[in-house]
Structures are given as C-alpha cells and as structure tokens.
Design a binder for this molecule. Structure first.
Ligand SMILES: Cc1cc2nc3c(=O)[nH]c(=O)nc-3n(C[C@H](O)[C@H](O)[C@H](O)COP(=O)(O)OP(=O)(O)OC[C@H]3O[C@@H](n4cnc5c(N)ncnc54)[C@H](O)[C@@H]3O)c2cc1C
Length: 233
C-alpha cells in the first residue's frame, strides 16, 4: 500500500493527424477526386485550414484523428469524472478480476499539507486495507471492493477523437475544474500539443477560445464576460 503518482502516456494516435483532419475538411469544400485531394493538403495548408475550422466552429472534420492515452496514478474519484465524457472509449482495470494487493491511493495535496488531516487520511487507508484483506478471505473481490475508498488508484486506457479532446480540455483545463482531473487534462493537452501542434493550437480551457471567463468568478487569466465586452454595446 502506498501513495501513487499521476502518469500519462500517449500510447498511439492517428498517423499524420493534422493532414488527416484537414483532408476530410478540404473534401467538404473542393470539388475534386480522392487522388487529387491527397496531393492538395500540404502540412502548411493543413495548419491554415485547421485554424480556420477552429475559428468557424466547424469541428466535425477533427473527429477523424484520434489519440489513445494510458493513465495510472489517478483515483477512482477522478476516473469517475473522466468517464462522464461519453464521446470516448475506455478500458479500466477491473476491481472484480484484479484483487487490490495492498492497494495504492491518491492523497489530495491540501490534505497532505495539513499534518492532522494527513494522519487521519493515512489511518483511514490502513483501516480500509485491513478490512478489505480480511473480507477477501471469505468474500469475492467483486464484493470486497465495496470497502475500497474513492482514493484507490486506478489505471485506464482512453481513446478520444480530437473534437472530443477539445471539449474535454475546454471543461477540465479550466482553473475552476477539480484539481486532480485538471492535472490529468493539462498533461493530456501537453502530450497532444507535442504530438500534433497544428491540430491542438487552439485547444485549452474555454476562456482561451472565448477570450473571456464564462464563470461567475475569474481566476484572473481572462476577465469576466461582462468586463471583457464592456464598450461593445
Ligand atoms: C467544473 C465541472 C463541474 C461538474 N459538476 C458536475 C456535477 O455536479 N454533477 C454532474 O452530474 N456532473 C458534473 N459535471 C460533469 C458534466 O456535467 C459533464 O457530464 C462532463 O463534463 C462531460 O461533458 P460533456 O457531456 O460535454 O462530454 P461528452 O459526454 O463527451 O459529450 C460531448 C458533447 O456531445 C454532446 N452530447 C453527448 N451526449 C449527448 C446527449 N445525450 N444528448 C445531447 N448531446 C450530447 C454534447 O454537446 C456534449 O457537450 C461537471 C463538469 C465540470 C467540468
């Protein structure tokens, strides 16, 4: 049993993802056949076209490029938030078939920073582990797992297309999103930007797209909508 750390790897993605998405978009607008289409979309043109699509809100061509991530060191609380994003494919380590041997867990940084709270947290993990292992002597893992806390570490493989990733980043890279899924989203965004910079040039928290903060309170990165649009009436 011990504390787990976030680890995210980009396992694989659509080859030439920007060209693939731009080729699909160009087909919509150009009256040409496939052979001609394949020759027409250079990396420079793909970059321009993707920037245009993002600005115009024509996101469907971005669905043709997908990215697969392997994630570990997140809590079951976080994976529950992640799988609410329905436009994706998931494979998560089973608590029915995999017995948690001395299970690992995630500690919220604010709890770790508070000595008393941290001690309470660790004691509670130890108790949960003991009870889980005791129960496993007589019960199946699928029943014993009911004792496991939200903090239990999980591993998951996620595939999302670029459009869904844009939506995920808009919501979860926002500084008002919960800290654990925000850390995960920021790491995934970093990996996407490394792998396909042109495709993800406009991706990020919703304020990056709008140029203002749509929340009730801003983190300070962008002004609130009412302040940003002042003088435009
Ligand atoms: C800060 C924050 C707080 C949250 N708090 C809560 C909470 O308190 N309780 C809670 O239950 N959830 C909460 N959520 C989760 C949230 O409601 C969404 O379930 C989650 O963010 C997934 O977003 P999504 O539906 O856009 O993504 P996806 O499921 O990937 O869907 C992508 C897009 O496809 C379209 N779509 C998908 N399915 C449908 C459908 N059935 N009908 C019509 N259009 C569809 C929508 O346009 C949607 O935006 C919170 C999310 C955030 C970011």
């Amino acid at each position: 049993m011990g504390e787990a750390k976030l680890k995210v790897e980009l396992l694989t993605f659509t080859p030439e993802p920007a060209i693939t998405a731009a080729t699909a978009a160009h087909l919509c607008y150009a009256g040409i056949d496939i052979e001609e289409l394949k020759k027409k979309v250079s990396p420079e043109y793909a970059k321009k076209l993707i920037a245009h699509l993002a600005k115009a809100g024509h996101f469907s061509p971005l669905e043709h490029a997908s990215f697969t991530f392997a994630i570990e060191g997140i809590s079951r609380a976080c994976s529950h938030q992640l799988v609410r994003h329905r436009i994706a494919s998931y494979s998560q380590q089973s608590q029915r078939y995999v017995k948690e041997k001395g299970f690992n867990f995630i500690v919220p940084p604010k709890i770790k920073a508070d000595e008393k709270a941290y001690k309470l947290f660790l004691d509670s993990m130890e108790k949960a582990e003991k009870a889980y292992e005791e129960l496993l002597k007589t019960a199946k893992a699928e029943d014993a797992r009911f004792l496991l806390p939200n903090a239990t570490e999980t591993r998951i493989v996620v595939t999302m297309n670029t459009r869904s990733l844009y939506n995920f980043f808009e919501r979860r890279c926002c500084s008002r999103a919960q800290w654990e899924i925000r850390a995960l989203a920021n790491k995934m965004l970093e990996l996407c930007k490394q792998a396909a910079p042109d495709l993800f040039a406009a991706a990020g928290a919703i304020c990056e797209k709008l140029g203002y903060c749509p929340e009730k309170e801003t983190c300070g990165r962008y002004p609130l909508k009412k302040d940003a649009l002042k003088g435009n009436d």
